[in-house]
Ligand binder design. Structure first.
Ligand SMILES: [Zn+2]
Ligand SMILES: [Zn+2]
Length: 419
């Protein structure tokens, strides 16, 4: 059940909190377990009524870590191609890209499919021990790392990529599912559960609750890291990070990343992304011609998935970023809520573009064996990797509160409603 926070000026006993999405000052009200409090203006989550136990998170993280090791140890797919059994494992795919002469691409696949999920699980465990033994710096840095790494963990994208590869190869080979795929599936389910339970704010509340800090009639700053609302300070009084009214150089950095992505998207779509050699015939595919080939082979669903993830998502993301930046710079006074929704959507969809690179890595580990069939990535894949990284950095550097700056802050205390 959802509840919007009612802003009650008479309720002096409760605490004021600034919304992390738009910086509206709201009064904390008591809510029931299973309820969540959302900002009445921008719809961002403020706080939750239920507090999942932190030790439950630790148990989940340890289980996920074991599953992650299993997923790397075993094969996730085996195919029978011309009577020969070939297996694919996660490390083999990454190694295959690196040995084809694309170390940067291999690094990107390695980071998104293995390193980021591993580091997130490690930081959760570290944060636990640091909280228990009150090690301030370890606690602070592990939560900081967790926050930065969260968007880069892409097990879900990898699973869809495995399915796409299977459909692409189904005409050439018999496909058998390996044990690692089951661990990856289970890992993904538990990761969703874990991510939904973990909030950086909750960990900081466990370290030192907001109610322990002086009650102020007006709070002017919101810490980006621990989400403590406070008076104007140079450093956060709870997590000791430097406080900024808005993320420094947010607009300039977002413009820079967006423009670079808009440039890189041209070679990514013009230069072949994959080269397929079948019975002595060399087939060079750009992203778009790959989609056309899939349509010609009658694989409409896979064609649609690749088309949306590799062509529509990056283009829409760049256009949406340009739209948000322009409306912020021209102090647009309308459609704040809609623009906030766009901001949240592009934050979520960005990672799905990595799918094509995952598919290439899986294909490489399965069919680059110098036989009748051969497969190698093209330079278009490198440009495409750049587009993915740049658009993700662009959304991370955009401060959503800038969208709301054209509304006078803190003037509309009474606009909210109960549900
Ligand atoms: Zn808000
Ligand atoms: Zn802080």
């Amino acid at each position: 059940m959802q509840i919007k926070v009612s802003v009650n000026m008479q309720d002096k006993e409760t605490q004021i909190q600034l919304c992390q999405g738009c910086e509206l000052a709201v009064y904390r009200v008591a809510i029931q377990p299973k309820q969540s409090a959302y900002c009445p203006r921008c719809g961002s989550l403020l706080y939750q009524g239920t507090h999942p136990s932190l030790s439950g998170n630790l148990a989940l993280a340890i289980t996920c870590l074991l599953l992650l090791i299993l997923a790397h140890w075993f094969n996730f797919l085996t195919i029978r191609l011309f009577g020969i059994m070939i297996s694919a494992s996660l490390p083999a795919g990454i190694w295959a890209i690196a040995s084809e002469g694309y170390p940067a691409l291999a690094l990107l696949v390695f980071f998104c499919s293995s390193l980021a999920p591993l580091l997130i699980l490690m930081t959760i465990m570290l944060a636990h021990f640091a909280l228990h033994y009150r090690w301030f710096n370890i606690f602070r840095y592990s939560l900081l790392a967790m926050q930065k790494l969260k968007p880069w963990s892409m097990i879900d994208v990898f699973l869809v990529s495995v399915a796409v590869t299977c459909f692409k190869l189904i005409d050439y080979a018999d496909i058998f599912i390996g044990p690692a795929l089951y661990s990856l599936l289970l890992l993904q389910i538990l990761t969703i559960l874990l991510i939904s339970r973990i909030s950086i704010q909750r960990y900081w509340e466990a370290w030192q609750p907001e109610s322990h800090y002086p009650k102020l009639s007006q709070k002017r700053m919101h810490c980006h890291y621990c989400h403590l609302s406070q008076d104007v300070n140079e450093y956060c009084i709870r997590c000791n990070q430097k406080l900024h009214y808005r993320k420094p150089l947010s607009i300039q950095r977002t413009w820079a990343y967006t423009c670079l992505a808009a440039i890189a998207i041209i070679p990514a779509n013009v230069i072949p992304i994959s080269i397929f050699i079948s019975h002595g015939q060399r087939l060079e595919d750009t992203i778009f011609s790959g989609v056309v080939t899939l349509i010609n082979n009658g694989m409409y669903a896979i064609a649609a998935i690749i088309f949306i993830a590799s062509i529509v998502v990056p283009v829409v993301k760049i256009l949406a970023l340009i739209y948000l930046l322009l409306t912020i710079q021209y102090h647009c006074t309308r459609y704040h809520r809609q623009r906030m929704t766009i901001y949240y959507i592009i934050k979520w969809i960005g990672k799905w573009s990595v799918m094509d690179l995952f598919v290439i890595s899986i294909m490489l580990s399965l069919i680059d064996h110098g036989q009748l069939l051969n497969f190698t990535p093209g330079y278009g894949a490198v440009a495409f990797g750049c587009v993915v990284i740049l658009t993700m950095l662009a959304t991370e550097s955009l401060d959503s509160r800038l969208i709301w700056d054209s509304i006078a802050v803190n003037t509309n205390h009474s606009e909210s409603s109960d549900e």
